[in-house]
Design a protein around this ligand. Structure first.
Ligand SMILES: NC(=O)c1ccc[n+]([C@@H]2O[C@H](COP(=O)([O-])OP(=O)(O)OC[C@H]3O[C@@H](n4cnc5c(N)ncnc54)[C@H](O)[C@@H]3O)[C@@H](O)[C@H]2O)c1
Length: 345
C-alpha cells in the first residue's frame, strides 16, 4: 500500500514518523515550500516535532496536493478541521477516486457542521467503504519521544481496517480496530469541548475532586449523545455501514478511543483545549486567549457545531451546552459553572 500524508503539523509529522520507523515510504504533502526544503535538506520539520529526524530516502515531499494524492493508494488527512475546507478546496474533483482515505482529524467542518466523511461523500463521492479513521488518546509529542501509545482504526470493512492498522504498529504504538466510524469521530470532537470545560474549571480554581466529577459526567453525556446520533443516522438512512442493523449494537464507550481520549485530553498538560479553557476560566476573553496561544483550539468551533447538531439529536448535554454559551454567548464562566454544579451526579 502506498501511503500519502496530507499536512505537516504535529500530528501529521508524528504519523510520518510512525510509518517511516516501519520503513514504509511516504508521499508527504507539505503546504509551505520552505518547510519542504528544510525537511529535504535537514531531515526534520522545523516547526513541529523538530526533534524527530527522518530517513529522507523514504520521503517523497511535495507542495502539490494533487500529486501527493495521485501517487498514493491510501491518503491520511491530518490537517486541523479549521483549515480543511481551504485545503480540500484545492483537490481535483476526481482525485480521491479509488483511494482509501484515513481521517486523523478530530474536529467537525466549521460553518457546515458535518464530519469529514460526509463532506468527502458530498464533494468527492468517497464511499463509506473507502473511508477510515485513526483516533485514540495519542499526543504527537509522546509519539515523538516513543512513549507507548494506542491508536484505534475504524472502518466498515473489518479486514481492510486490520490491514491498515498493521502498517502503523510499532514497538511504541499498539493498534485496535472497530466499526463505529460515526461514533469515534463525534467522540473525538466532544472530548475537545469537555477538555475546554475542564480547563475552565481549573481556571476557576475548582479542585481535582470536582474535576473527576465533571469528567465522569462528561463521559456519560458523551455516551448519551453517541447513542442518539447512531440511532438518528439509522432512522434517516445516514448509516455508514452496508448493514445498518449491525450499527444498532452499542459500542463500548469505556474503551480508549472514547473514554481514554476524553481522559487524556481533559487531564494532560499537552492539551491545547484544556490550556485554552484554563485561560477563559481565569478571565481572559476568547479573543485574548486565542491571541496569547496564537492558535484556535478545536473545541472552540466544535462547541458551536455540536450545539446546533444537538438541536436535532436531542441529547441531554448540560456541560457541552454551557461551554458553548461561555465561549459564544458571553455567559460568565462562574455563572455557567454554578449551573453545571447543579446538574452533576
Ligand atoms: N497534535 C496531536 O497530538 C493530535 C493527535 C491526534 C489527532 N490530532 C488531530 O490532527 C489534526 C491536526 O492537528 P495538529 O495538532 O497536527 O495541528 P497543528 O496545530 O500542529 O498544525 C497546524 C498545521 O496547520 C497548518 N496551517 C496553518 N494555517 C493554515 C491554513 N490557513 N491553511 C492550511 N493549513 C494551515 C500549519 O502550517 C500546520 O502545519 C487535528 O484535527 C487534531 O485534532 C492531533
Amino acid at each position: 500500500m502506498k501511503f500519502g500524508i496530507i499536512g505537516a503539523g504535529s500530528w501529521a509529522t508524528a504519523l510520518v514518523k510512525i510509518l517511516t520507523d516501519n520503513k514504509i515510504p511516504v508521499n508527504w504533502w507539505v503546504r509551505k515550500e520552505d518547510i519542504a526544503e528544510h525537511l529535504a535538506k535537514r531531515h526534520h520539520n522545523p516547526t513541529h516535532l523538530s526533534s524527530v529526524y527522518f530517513d529522507t530516502t523514504l520521503l517523497n515531499l511535495s507542495v502539490d496536493i494533487n500529486a501527493t494524492i495521485a501517487a498514493s493508494d491510501c491518503v491520511v488527512i491530518g490537517v486541523p478541521s479549521a483549515y480543511l475546507l481551504d485545503v480540500l478546496g484545492t483537490v481535483h474533483p476526481t482525485a480521491f477516486e479509488e483511494k482509501k482515505i484515513i481521517s486523523a482529524v478530530k474536529g467537525i467542518l466549521p460553518g457546515i457542521n458535518i464530519l469529514l466523511n460526509e463532506y468527502l461523500k458530498q464533494q468527492f463521492n468517497v464511499s463509506s467503504s473507502n473511508y477510515f479513521t485513526v483516533m485514540g488518546p495519542c499526543h504527537a509529542e509522546e509519539v515523538a519521544s516513543e512513549k507507548l501509545s494506542y491508536l484505534t482504526f475504524s472502518g466498515n470493512k473489518e479486514e481492510e481496517v486490520a490491514e491498515i492498522a498493521k502498517y502503523f504498529r510499532t514497538y511504541y504504538i499498539n493498534t485496535a480496530t472497530n466499526n463505529d466510524l460515526t461514533g469515534v469521530q463525534y467522540a473525538a470532537v466532544l472530548k475537545n469541548i469537555y477538555a475546554l470545560g475542564s480547563g475552565i474549571a481549573h481556571g476557576l480554581e475548582y479542585g481535582d475532586n470536582f474535576l473527576s466529577v465533571l469528567i465522569s459526567n462528561a463521559a456519560d453525556e458523551m455516551a448519551g449523545f453517541l447513542q442518539k446520533v447512531g440511532i438518528r443516522n439509522i432512522e434517516v438512512g445516514m448509516h455508514d455501514g452496508e448493514n445498518p442493523i449491525s450499527h444498532k449494537k452499542v459500542a463500548n464507550y469505556a474503551t480508549s478511543v472514547y473514554l481514554g481520549d476524553l481522559l487524556v485530553t481533559c487531564y494532560s498538560l499537552h492539551s491545547r483545549n484544556r490550556t485554552f479553557g484554563n485561560m477563559i476560566g481565569k478571565g481572559y476573553s476568547v479573543i485574548s486567549a486565542q491571541l496569547e496561544m496564537n492558535m484556535v483550539a478545536e473545541g472552540y468551533n466544535a462547541s458551536k457545531c455540536i450545539y446546533y447538531i444537538n438541536k436535532e439529536v436531542g441529547a441531554e448535554m448540560p456541560i457541552a451546552e454551557t461551554v458553548y454559551k461561555i465561549l459564544w454567548e458571553q455567559l460568565p464562566a462562574r455563572k455557567g459553572f454554578r449551573f453545571i454544579e447543579e446538574k452533576l451526579l
